[in-house]
Each structure stands twice: as structure tokens, then as C-alpha cells.
Design a protein around this ligand. Sequence first.
Ligand code: NAD
Length: 397
Amino acid sequence: MIIEPRIRGFICTTAHPVGCAKYIQDQIDYVRNRGLMKNGPQKVLVIGASTGYGLASRVVTAFGCQAATIGVFLEKEAENNRTASAGWYNSVAFEQKAQKTGLYAKSLNIDAFSDEAKAAVIGFIKKDLGKVDLVVYSVAAPRRQHPKTGQVAKAVLKPIGASYTSMSLDVTTSTLETVTLPAAAQEEIDQTISVMGGEDWEYWMDALEREKLLEEGVVTVAYSYIGPEITKSIYRNGTIGRAKDHLEATAHELDKRMKKIRGRALVSVNKALVTQSSSAIPVIPLYFVLLNKVMKEKGVYEDCIAQVYRLFSTRLYAGGPIPVDEKGLIRMDDWEVRKDVQSQVRANWEKLNDKNLAQFADMEGYHKEFLKLFGFGFEGVDYAADVDYEQRLISAA
Ligand code: NAD
């Protein structure tokens, strides 16, 4: 099949297996060029391991620490002339490259929120790894079926208290638009917390602790975001922000428990980046394109792999106490929230109109990064070639 990008709003409905393999190889090369980390984790579980921050965490621990990894994700396999999803091809390529290097890599395409997922992972840890010394929780999902009640909760991205009107970016036409988002109802807030809050992370840690599968000194980390004043109404003070508050409170509780085995449970606040999930948040893509332009000009731009490598090498496994802020959060958004960066973004935001968008916004970078998420736009990949799109995970055999 010859595969071309088919973009529908903020999603691309096709993915390119050879391009996704190149995406993985580039991440592996980034990590290898920096050398092996001392004292890194050896037996790692990544939940939400196929794209974005979770995928980068899997690559960094495998190729930067030589860790065995179990990856959990929810992706689509190819069927009826439809390509698989990008996360599927990423995971196929990851496993092939890990196996070539002699690294254990097991992948499970399963709903992380279910009890079945926990039972399956527990089975593999017992059989193959004994215990785990790192658990990364990086799920970003639109819905969750609660394992105890069976109820389905849906995450919404809405402001709280009052509706919110803002300038936004129409990514398909690269023009500005004005959007008004209605205020969330309490039920929507609760459902968003159920999907994106800390409960499922806690259930995973409960299950692993119950089965005595946590190594002495275990680390568990989940990812959060705070962001600037200009996105506050929709992000941190909105429904997703409430879920992140819950996630951070969960870390606090888990940390007390983990300390009994000399372990830690932490939240890392990462920088805003173009991923499949973040592209779907209203207003945020406009902030991205302004932010990225400023961060690139100042030489402090990072992508997922660079963020996660820095998280592991300078925070989690740097050898001393893990540096955190006054709320106990790891701040990998430190360069994003730098005063000079934010004041420049703010000034550009205030001057923005359709005519000067190209001057202030990194539109080209955004489109390139977006296409790369689906395996498109990589140099050296022959996109006119007929490719095998029905690829299998080695570990599923
Ligand atoms: P992403 O969309 O790239 O990745 C989400 C992952 O979750 C994928 O591996 C997907 O398969 C998996 N997933 C979704 N539903 C699942 C389910 N039911 N069962 C199993 N796996 C499932 O998202 P991302 O942007 O990397 O987000 C990961 C985390 O990082 C989120 O908590 C997000 O809030 C946080 N974060 C993101 C940003 C950003 O700008 N992208 C910034 C800071 C923090």
C-alpha cells in the first residue's frame, strides 16, 4: 500500500510504518549520542507507552539505561485496507530495535483502565522480570470505563465557572479564529477527573504492591502540565486542570506509601508539546506555535525525547535527592515558564492577527511535528514506495 497523510482536523487517520520506525530510530539515536546513564532503572513498566511522553520514557529507559520494558497502550491494528495507528507502528519498531540490541520488550495492546490489563502485566512481571523498579504512568485518554462500576466517563476540555472566549488557531487553514467554550457542568468535571486524574495510577500501584512486585527503592512517575496565564482558563483552571490536581494529590499519597520501601511517587510537570492528545485541546495549539517560536529563537526548545532524557538524567537518576518545587513537583517546564520566554510569548500573543501570524508563530514547525507523529515528512523515507502496513508486534507472537 502507498500511504499518504489523511488529515481530519487535529488528527491524521493514516500512519506510515516506515516513517514511524524512523521516528523511533531518531529517538534512539538521540539517547545513544548522550551515552548510557549510570544508576538508571532496569525493569520498567510504562503505561501509555506508544506515543508522546510515554513512548519517549520507554526509549530513554531501554536505550539510555538498558532496561527491560513492558509497555501498555491502546492502539489500532491494521485492518481492511486501513493502516494501523501510529502508536502501533511505533511499538512494532520499538520492539524490533530493542530485540536487536538484546533488550527485553513486551508490549500489551489493552485498556489500561481494566482489571484485565493489570492482571496481564502482573503475569508478565512475575514470569519475566520478578519485580519492577520504575513505573511510568503516561496515559492520555478520551474515556474510561471504571473497572468497579462499569460506568463510562468521558473527559472534556472546558473552562469551569463561566464560559471562556479566546483567540484560537484553526490548524487546517492556519488562520486565527475566535472560540467560545461553555462552562463545564459538575458531572463533566467529575468525569474528566475519573479519566485523567490519579485513580487509575493508584489502582496500578495498589495491584503491584499487593503482589509484591515493587522493588525496594522503586520510583513511579506520572506527567502533568501547568502552563501560563494565557491558557489558564482552558487548561489549569479548567476540567483537565482539576484532573491534574487529582493526579498530583495522588502522587502525594502514593509517595508516603512508597517511602516505606525507600521508593518515591512523583509528578513531573512537562513542557507543552505537540502530541496526539495535546493537539485536541482548544486554544493550546495557538500557544504552542507562539511558544515554540520563542523557545527556538532562545535555543531552549526541546521535543519529547529531549524532555524525558533530561528528566531522567538530571532529576530522577542524577544520583542525589530528586529536585522538586515547593509543591513537591519536578519542573521540566522550567525553560517554558522562564520569565523572558513567557513575557515574549505574551507580548507576541497580544500583537497577533491573521496578517502577522507567520511572524510570531512557528507554523512550519507545528505542521512538521504534527506529521512526524504519524510517520510522515521524514527525510530518507520513500513515501512513494509500496509498504507492508500489516505489521505485527514480536511480543504478541
Ligand atoms: P499521547 O496521546 O501522545 O499518549 C497517550 C498514550 O496513552 C498512548 O500511548 C495511548 O495508547 C495511551 N492510551 C490512551 N488510552 C489508553 C487506554 N485506555 N489504555 C491504555 N493506554 C491508553 O499523550 P501525551 O501528550 O504524551 O500525554 C501523556 C501524559 O503527559 C498525559 O498525562 C499528559 O497530560 C501529560 N503531558 C502532556 C503534555 C503535552 O503538551 N503533550 C505536557 C505535559 C504533560
